[in-house]
Design a protein around this ligand. Structure first.
Ligand code: GAL
Length: 675
């Protein structure tokens, strides 16, 4: 097999390109414009099924081959998408069972995308056929550096076929109906099943055990669908050619850790929609995506100015997209592609932002993209292959999230919002974090946050115990340790198996209709949405950091936040959803006690570090705001973007970015600035 276009680590920069929308005579002009913008990768074909296979088994690949080689002539590599996100009309009309059915029993119509049932035998056969044909033709093409499976997987189908397969899936997991009935407490409301065939697909407020299994089934079926493609591709591609999927941030149709297990790299589609970039919120989604494979990732799509699908499709401010691009790199992205190169004359997305408009001319945004492309190219050798190194981990758990979503108990108890209630203040201190699966090893971490880790099993408990025994600091929060893997209530009080570690148990939980005052040792504020009344199990070793003040009578003067010191580390239990200011103070205290500190920057300014293999640290300093900020760093630095040396104190212009390395001799002995 031949070697791909470039094996050496490289920052990739590009756009999604659909040559099938345009006459071939136009391609050279588009590709020259790409080259001029320093584009070195293009993603092709992920919706081109009807062009690639216009009738069953008749393949037309020559055009795609020509496009790939014309791009390669200009030094532009290709990422190929399997085109299964948009099954063609000949398939859906000849095999209506390929069409998905929604929860109200309505069959999808042809003409959108995402209209297929991922378990349909006909769909899977067609997916295998087109994937194999593409892999045979392009698997050895040296210009194709990577493959993307489908596009934004996640269709949920409720057809009878899916229901039958779900029943088989349950039988495999539970073996006997007796077991299933017991684990789900089906005597409740006479749900007891006497035959596997009686088990429905859950719709709405159904049995919690059944609902959790349905989410697992969706994960399994999407994974199977994707794995068939990956397995076929691997028979034909060079081992250095990677397979990825473009995930969607916090989207939760399936467990992303399981979906990523069959991939070489994770990537995601990074859209703001209405409004503007939220650097503390979006930054952690990069960390989340990096955590899917625990390695660097790509941003496979991002918006060139504006989208077409939000309430208000406002444009990002000038240079805002540049800060977003650099933030992605700062958090571990090795590639970033705009969606899309040029607006097609027809089709559903005519108004979406692009680099080139309907007339074929560069849009104003093109110039910003050109700048980013030029910068990526210039600093690629410095940055590519370096990694983010974090000693703080956040445990993310899809099953806990689903379980809470099934029964929020307070309509505003949103798992992601609560998770971010902890990540944001940490990010504001510029402390590198990994977001990892709650089932991953914790080796190498010193501080672990487990926001609303509702579902526990013995392995999770053992892992956290071991972590604490080795001196780690663990932060447990409201809604930790309440359910088991079948989504049943654990027989102990929360946090169940973790109660001994925390030195507390939850006597009662309260969904709050009004804020409850909380007084801490170093903050005073309110709890809203959720409050847990904690009971100390070990009064000697556990300290109360905050108590509820008089409110509903039940909570008055009861412990709200506790800490237990253990083996040199600390175990916190935060039973309340605190207001933002109190939360910031509390998180800052936890970080300080755990000796985690980052470089302080003004609000709106971020500094992040990547470390090269040779140990050199690269700092990405980004002003995410439309106003300038003055910053003070603990050392003098060289800015590789501006190609200048910087004193410790300087002004960052609006939306400006610096890529820094320390000037060694300049490390200050003194602490904070005077005056
Ligand atoms: C993504 C999708 C792209 C395009 C884009 C528009 O979700 O993968 O194909 O539709 O949205 O913002």
């Amino acid at each position: 097999m031949k070697t791909p276009l470039s094996n050496k680590p490289r920052l990739h920069f590009g756009a999604a390109y659909y040559p099938e929308h345009w006459p071939e005579e136009r391609w050279p002009q588009d590709m020259d414009l790409m080259k001029q913008a320093h584009i070195n990768v293009s993603r092709l074909a992920e919706f081109a099924w009807s062009t690639l296979e216009p009738a069953e088994g008749e393949f037309r690949f020559a055009w795609l081959e020509r496009a790939i080689s014309m791009l390669a002539e200009r030094g532009i590599a290709t990422v190929l998408g399997t085109p299964t996100a948009a099954p063609p009309a000949w398939l859906t009309s000849a095999h209506p069972a390929t069409l998905a059915v929604d929860e109200y029993g309505r069959k999808a119509r042809h003409g959108n995308r995402w209209h297929y049932c991922p378990t349909s035998a006909e769909m899977c056969a067609a997916s295998r056929r087109i994937t194999r044909a593409m892999a045979r033709r392009f698997g050895g093409n040296p210009a194709v550096i990577g493959w993307q499976t489908d596009n934004e997987l996640g269709r949920v189908c409720y057809c009878d076929g899916c229901r039958r397969k779900f029943q088989v899936f349950l039988k495999k997991r539970y073996k006997t109906l007796k077991q299933l009935n017991e684990r789900w407490s089906t005597a409740y409301w006479s749900q007891t099943y006497a035959d596997w065939k009686q088990i429905p697909i859950p719709i709405g407020g159904h049995n919690p055990g059944l609902r959790l299994e349905w989410k697992r089934f969706i994960t399994q079926t999407n994974r199977d669908f994707q794995k068939e493609q990956a397995d076929i591709l691997r028979q034909y591609i060079d081992p250095q050619v990677w397979i990825t999927h473009n995930f969607m941030g916090w989207f939760d149709a399936f467990d992303h850790y399981q979906m990523s297990a069959d991939l070489d790299m994770a990537s995601w589609d990074y859209y703001v929609g209405s409004g503007h970039h939220d650097y503390l919120g979006h930054g952690v989604i990069h960390d989340l995506t990096r955590g899917f494979k625990r390695k660097n990732f790509w941003v496979m799509e991002t918006q060139p100015g504006s989208v077409n699908w939000a309430g208000v499709n406002n444009s990002l401010n000038r240079w805002e997209a540049r800060t977003m691009a650099w933030q992605a790199v700062a958090h571990g992205a090795e590639g970033l592609l705009y969606w899309q190169w040029r607006s097609a004359p027809g089709g559903q997305e005519q108004y979406h932002g692009s680099l080139v408009d309907q007339s074929g001319q560069p849009r104003p945004f093109y110039a910003e993209a050109e700048t980013v492309g030029q910068e990526f190219a210039r600093l690629s050798d410095l940055i590519a292959g370096s990694t983010v190194q974090a000693q703080v981990a956040f445990l993310n758990d899809y099953e806990s999230r689903w379980s809470i979503d099934f029964q929020r108990h307070h309509k505003d108890f949103d798992y992601v919002a609560y998770f971010n209630h902890f990540t944001r203040p940490v990010a504001a201190h510029n402390i590198p974090v990994d977001v990892i699966s709650a089932d991953q090893t914790l080796d190498g971490y010193r501080t672990v946050f487990a926001p609303a880790l509702l579902i526990l099993d013995e392995e999770r408990v053992a892992r956290l115990e071991e972590f604490v025994q080795h001196g780690g600091t663990l932060v447990l929060t409201a809604r930790c340790g309440m359910k088991d893997r079948t989504n049943s209530l654990l027989p102990q009080r929360p946090p169940a198996g973790l109660a001994d570690l925390a030195g507390v148990e939850v006597e009662e939980y309260f969904a709050l209709d009004e804020p409850v005052p909380v007084k801490g040792n170093f903050f005073e504020g309110n709890a809203s949405i959720w409050a847990e009344r904690l009971k100390l199990l070990d009064k000697k070793a556990t300290a109360v950091l905050a108590r509820y003040r008089p409110s509903n009578g039940w909570l008055d003067e009861q412990p709200a936040v506790t800490v237990r010191s253990q083996h040199g580390g600390f175990v916190y239990y935060i039973g309340a959803w605190l207001d933002e200011t109190s939360q910031k103070t509390l998180v800052a205290h936890i970080l300080k006690m755990a000796n985690r500190d980052g470089i302080e920057t003004p609000v709106g300014v971020e500094i992040r570090t990547r470390v090269r293999e040779d140990g050199q640290e690269i700092y990405f300093l980004i002003n995410h705001e439309r106003q300038s900020h003055s910053v003070r760093l603990p050392w003098k630095a060289h800015d590789h973007l501006g190609d200048q040396d910087l004193e410790e104190e300087f002004t960052l212009a609006p939306y400006s970015v610096c890529v820094l390395t320390k000037v060694k001799s300049s490390v200050l002995v003194e602490g904070p600035a005077k005056g």
